[in-house]
Design a protein around this ligand. Structure first.
Ligand SMILES: [Zn+2]
Length: 512
């Protein structure tokens, strides 16, 4: 009998077990989606318990010794198959997940998640009172637990295992030099742009009715390719995307009636995530391969649609007449050029999530460096606010008004851990530019098609090259396959230079 026929029943057994685990995870996500959209607040306590119960069952099933035994028995079968076959990929990825999951004692995870919950509560209070000292002891404990979590894994740099959780294959030795280069290139670009006369973006801050904004947004995302037969859109305070299966991918949106940019661009961002999830190959359904490759790759899809496409001149050549038609009073005096400049205004600002695409990465890299310094033992939690403010002064030329606007602005360190929390955002921007460059090189018609409102060329290319593979390849493998090169800052810097020399009418082209 051949290896294949002997192994096939074991492969099927593994796959069936994995599908059950995914079902538990999907049920937990659905409970979470419901909690953040429609659940009455009275359900909060019980819902927290229900989600924890499902997650615990999923974790138990994922770490059962039988999974390890099946993976061991399937080694020869895996070797007999092509690397990119669904079967070999499923075995390979499951082995990595399994080995990672069994290294961390369940008692430790329970202790850590309990601590995360109380630390989050302390952060909410500290942030509202603008008082870092309230959350400081919790953050010290978080640092200790993050270091302990890393210690369950072999590593070169203590942050590597923590980064690996969401950006598999990325390490400090890859990211630190890449980010240093990026910072050096970005600082003078930001300097040149912010020395130019500022853009007047007041046209975006008029009254835009919620109903009309939602209607316009709906038309835009349908045109881009969001499949409403396999997804839906709801409202939440903090937009996110949830996927329960390839046939059910949901986005959420929030609308501000006095700020046009907020709803539309965050909706396009979430659609970028959703197109990825909707585009995963059906043969991967229900398995751990039916997800995005990494946090950086996922973010590359959202940032590509939000910024490179959604904030492009061509996109608005297509959609602006329609938008003007809806908001006649507000936008008839505003030309498409003025509108295009307004949605691309660059400014030094203290808050990461409000930052434009030029300054955004500077915010992220400050956090990345501070995380590393804390994990390395070079920065004490008590000195963190001062270190934060110093870096903001140095990199962005601003000084936060208080710690709520400074070191306490993001939930990540207070509700999750220290390490691996931020690199995905900048990786997303870099990968988006590199991938888009490859797409346009493959088919130069893509940019012209966008001006005509045809997004199918780009969407199909992304689906074929990235989406359909789900989690088969790591980010580094995927970047190589798609662009023929390792990850680099060049496509992003070129994109920023071209776009913003033009928008800011800089006489000398930006050179960094
Ligand atoms: Zn995102």
């Amino acid at each position: 009998m051949s290896i294949i026929s002997l192994c096939e029943p074991k492969y099927l057994e593994l796959k069936n077990r994995l599908i059950q685990i995914q079902d538990l995870e999907a049920a937990a996500s659905l409970l979470n989606w419901d909690q953040t959209t429609y659940m009455p607040t009275g359900g909060t306590y019980a819902r927290g318990r229900q989600i924890a119960t499902l997650k615990e069952f999923a974790h138990q099933k994922r770490t059962e010794p039988i999974i390890g035994k099946l993976l061991e028995d399937l080694r020869a079968y895996e070797k007999s198959l092509p690397y990119d076959s669904t079967e070999a990929s499923l075995i390979r990825v499951t082995r990595r997940d399994y080995e990672r999951a069994v290294r961390v004692p369940p008692e430790f995870m329970a202790k850590f998640s309990q601590h995360q919950a109380v630390s989050y509560e302390a952060w909410v209070k500290a942030k509202s009172l603008e008082d870092f000292s309230i959350v400081e002891p919790y953050l010290e404990k978080t640092l200790e637990l993050s270091r302990e979590l890393a210690s369950f894994f072999p590593y070169k740099h203590i942050a590597d295992p923590l980064i690996d959780f969401i950006d598999e294959g990325m390490t400090v030795s890859i990211l630190r030099p890449l980010f240093n280069q990026l910072r050096q290139k970005l600082r003078p670009i930001v300097e040149a742009i912010t020395s130019a006369p500022p853009i007047d973006d007041s046209c975006l801050y008029q009254h835009f009715s919620k109903e009309e904004q939602l209607k316009f947004g709906y038309a835009v995302i349908q045109r881009i390719g969001f499949d409403f037969q396999r997804g839906r859109q709801d409202e939440t305070p903090h937009p996110f995307t949830s996927s329960f299966s390839i046939g059910d991918v949901r986005i959420t949106t929030r609308v501000y009636e006095d700020n046009f940019s907020e709803a539309l661009f965050s909706t396009i961002h979430e659609v970028g995530h959703a197109l990825y999830e909707q585009g995963i190959g059906l043969e991967l359904e229900g398995t751990p391969l039916a997800e995005g490759s990494s946090s950086g790759i996922h973010e590359s899809q959202s940032r590509l649609w939000e910024n490179i496409v959604g904030r492009s001149r061509g996109f608005w050549e297509c959609f602006y007449p329609q938008l003007q038609g809806i908001f006649l009073k507000q936008l008839s005096p505003v030309s498409v050029s003025e509108f295009y400049r307004a949605i691309n205004k660059v400014a030094r600002s203290p808050i990461r999530t409000d930052a434009d695409e030029v300054t955004y990465n500077l915010h992220v890299m400050i956090r990345f460096d501070l995380e590393l310094a804390m994990l390395e033992g070079k920065l004490d939690v008590s000195d963190l606010p001062e270190a934060w403010n110093e870096r903001y002064k140095k990199d962005l030329g601003i000084f936060p008004a208080n710690d709520s606007e400074g070191v306490m602005q993001d939930v990540h360190w207070y509700g999750e851990m220290i390490g691996g929390m931020f690199q995905g955002y900048t990786l997303g921007n870099l990968i988006a530019a590199q991938v888009y460059q490859a797409a346009v090189k493959y088919n130069p018609e893509i940019t012209v098609a966008i001006e005509r409102g045809n997004f199918t060329l780009l969407h199909t290319w992304l689906k074929q090259n990235i989406h359909q593979h789900g989690r088969k390849y790591t980010a580094n493998e995927l970047i190589h396959r798609v662009t023929g090169k390792p990850l680099s800052i060049e496509p992003f810097i070129n994109y920023i230079q071209d776009k913003y020399s033009n928008i800011y009418h800089l006489k000398v082209p930006l050179s960094a």
